[in-house]
Write a new protein. Structure first.
Length: 508
C-alpha cells in the first residue's frame, strides 16, 4: 500500500478529501482534510433524481481543487467514491465519465450496503465497542450496519437523507407542523423495510448530523474533554433536545449550541436520527469521528487481516510510537518496564479500592512515557500529556484517554495534579485510586530508568515495600525517597553492592 493515500468521498451534501500517511505496517495518521459543501444533489429529488447544473459545477470545482492538494502532498494513490446522489441519478454515469475525461479522477459509485459496510469497518476498528448498529445519515440515504461480537452481520440502506427530506417536504412548502408530520410519516414508512433483526441498545452515530448533535450535547452538559470521537451519551437524557431541534424554526436553532454551517439540514437530520434510534430500540449513542473515508482506507490497509487490526495492535499507539521516537534503543526494552508495573500492580491491588482493572491503561501510559521527550526533555511530561490527549484516539474510551494522559503528566514527587484532576474528575477514577496508579507509574519510571535491564522483584510485608534488584539502583533511590506515597509505608531498596573497597581504590 502507498505511503500516502488520498480518499475522496462525494456525498449528496458535501465532498471531502482526506490524506492518510502510513508510518508502519499498522500505523497511520491523518495529514490533510478538506471539505466543500457541493450539494451535488441539490434540486435532484424534485426532478427525477437528475443532477442539476448548479450541483455539477460545484462538484467539478471542488474535485479540481482536491487534485491540486493531492499533488501538493504527493499522495501516490487516490480512491474516489460517490454515494446516494450519484447512484440515484439517471445521469450519474455521464457525470463520472465526464470527470474522468476532464480531471482524470475515476469515481466509483458505491451502493448503500457498501457505504454502510465502509462505515462499519471504520467504527469497528477505531471505536471501543463490540456490538451495536452504525447509523450514517447522509444527504440522500441513511446507511446502517449491524455488528455483533465484533463482526459485521448485516448492512442496509434506507432512502432517508437530509437533503432528500428537506427538498421533498420543506423547501417548497411552509415549514409547519403539517409538513413535519408528513415527513415523520414518510420516515416511519421507510423504516418498515428495515429487517427485524436490526435491534441494538447501542447506536454508533456516523456523519454530520450525529456529530453536530453530539457537539451540541457536549456544550449543554459542559463536558470536560474537547474530543468528539468516542463521546457517549444516554438517549433518554437528551430526547427532548432532539425533539426541540426537529420542531425548531430556522431562527430558533441559535439556542441549541449548533454549528451554523449545519443549520440548513440539521432539523431534517435530527428527525431522521431520532426516528431511527427509536425504531432500533437504542438506549445509548457513541459518537464516531470516522466513517466511509476511513473505511475505504482500512479496507486497503487490512485486506490481508480480515479487515481487523490484529490483537493487541492499536493504531493510535502504533502511530504515536512511530512518529515520536525518543531514545529508540531504550524504548525497545518496554517489556521490562511493563513487567515492573505489573508486579507492582499485583503487590498493591488489595489497596486499590476500585472494582475496575486499570493495568491496561497503566501499560499504555508506560509505553508512551517518553513521547514528550521528542520535543524537548524539559517539561517533557507536559508535552506528553498534550500529545496523548490529542492523538490517542482510536479504540479508547474518553475515560481511558484522560487517565493515560494524566499519568503521562506525572513528574517530581507529587502524585496528583489537583487542577487537572478537578477539571477531568467526572472521567477519572476516585482520587485515592488515581494516587495509587500515579505512584505505581512514577515508581516504575524511576526503577526502569536506573536499572538497565535489572531483574527486579518486590515484597510488601509489615507496611514495608522491599525492592530487590540484581543491579545497582543508586540513581533511583533519591527519587524514590522523595516520592509521595498513597498511604504510609516504608520503602527499602536492596540492590547489588558495587562500591569498591578502599584498598581497591588505593585510598589507604
Amino acid at each position: 500500500m502507498a505511503k500516502r493515500t488520498a480518499i475522496i468521498d462525494i456525498g449528496s451534501n458535501s465532498a471531502r478529501l482526506v490524506i492518510f500517511e502510513k508510518t508502519s505496517r499498522y500505523g497511520f495518521h491523518l495529514i490533510c482534510e478538506q471539505k466543500s459543501k457541493v450539494r451535488i444533489g441539490e434540486g435532484a429529488y424534485k426532478k427525477g433524481g437528475y443532477l442539476q447544473p448548479i450541483g455539477i459545477t460545484r462538484a467539478f470545482l471542488a474535485l479540481k481543487s482536491f487534485i491540486n492538494t493531492i499533488e501538493k502532498y504527493q499522495a501516490k494513490k487516490t480512491i474516489c467514491v460517490a454515494t446516494s446522489a450519484l447512484r440515484d441519478a439517471p445521469n450519474g454515469k455521464i457525470f463520472t465519465q465526464w470527470i474522468k475525461r476532464e480531471l482524470g479522477i475515476k469515481i466509483k459509485i458505491i451502493d448503500g450496503q457498501k457505504e454502510a459496510r465502509f462505515g462499519a469497518i471504520a467504527a469497528l476498528n477505531l471505536l471501543p465497542f463490540k456490538e451495536g448498529i452504525t447509523i450514517d445519515i447522509g444527504g440522500g440515504s441513511s446507511d446502517l450496519a449491524l455488528i455483533k461480537e465484533g463482526k459485521i452481520i448485516d448492512s442496509y440502506s434506507l432512502n432517508l437523507g437530509t437533503v432528500r427530506i428537506k427538498e421533498l417536504f420543506f423547501d417548497y412548502s411552509r415549514a409547519d407542523n403539517t409538513q413535519y408530520q408528513k415527513a415523520k410519516h414518510s420516515i416511519e414508512n421507510e423504516l418498515k423495510s428495515l429487517p427485524a433483526h436490526f435491534r441494538a441498545h447501542l447506536a454508533i452515530g456516523i456523519g454530520g448530523t450525529a456529530r453536530t448533535l453530539s457537539k451540541g450535547i457536549m456544550k449543554r452538559i459542559d463536558y470536560p474533554l474537547d474530543k468528539l470521537h468516542a463521546f457517549r451519551y444516554k438517549l433518554e437524557e437528551h430526547r427532548d433536545y432532539f425533539e426541540a431541534i426537529a420542531h425548531s424554526s430556522a431562527k430558533g436553532l441559535k439556542k441549541f449550541g449548533l454549528k451554523k454551517s449545519r443549520y440548513d439540514t440539521i432539523r431534517e437530520g435530527t428527525l431522521i436520527f431520532n426516528e431511527i434510534l427509536t425504531h432500533i430500540g437504542a438506549k445509548e449513542v457513541i459518537s464516531s469521528a470516522v466513517g466511509v473515508r476511513e473505511g475505504v482506507f482500512l479496507e486497503q490497509l487490512l485486506r490481508n487481516n480480515h479487515l481487523r487490526f490484529p490483537h493487541p495492535i492499536n493504531p493510535s499507539i502504533t502511530s504515536l510510537l512511530d512518529r515520536f521516537k525518543p531514545l529508540v534503543t531504550i524504548e525497545k526494552k518496554r517489556k521490562t518496564k511493563l513487567k515492573i508495573a505489573s508486579d507492582l500492580y499485583d503487590v498493591f491491588s488489595p489497596y486499590i479500592e476500585d472494582s475496575e482493572d486499570y493495568l491496561s491503561e497503566l501499560h499504555t501510559a508506560l509505553k508512551l512515557s517518553a513521547i514528550g521527550k521528542t520535543l524537548t526533555i524539559y517539561k517533557a511530561h507536559q508535552h506528553g500529556f498534550y500529545i496523548a490527549s490529542q492523538e490517542l484516539n482510536y479504540g479508547f474510551t474518553h475515560e481511558e484517554i484522560v487517565l493515560v494522559s494524566l499519568l503521562l503528566r506525572m513528574h517530581s514527587k507529587a502524585l496528583l495534579n489537583k487542577d487537572l484532576y478537578a477539571q477531568y474528575k467526572s472521567l477519572l477514577p476516585a482520587k485515592e485510586t488515581m494516587r495509587w496508579l500515579s505512584f505505581i507509574y512514577s515508581l516504575t519510571i524511576y526503577l526502569h530508568e536506573a536499572s538497565n535491564e535489572a531483574h527486579i522483584s518486590f515484597v510488601f510485608k509489615n507496611q514495608t515495600l522491599t525492592i530487590i534488584s540484581n543491579k545497582p539502583l543508586y540513581l533511583a533511590k533519591e527519587k524514590i525517597k522523595a516520592l509521595e506515597k498513597p498511604m504510609p509505608f516504608a520503602i527499602i531498596v536492596e540492590d547489588a553492592n558495587t562500591l569498591p573497597t578502599c584498598k581497591a581504590l588505593n585510598i589507604l
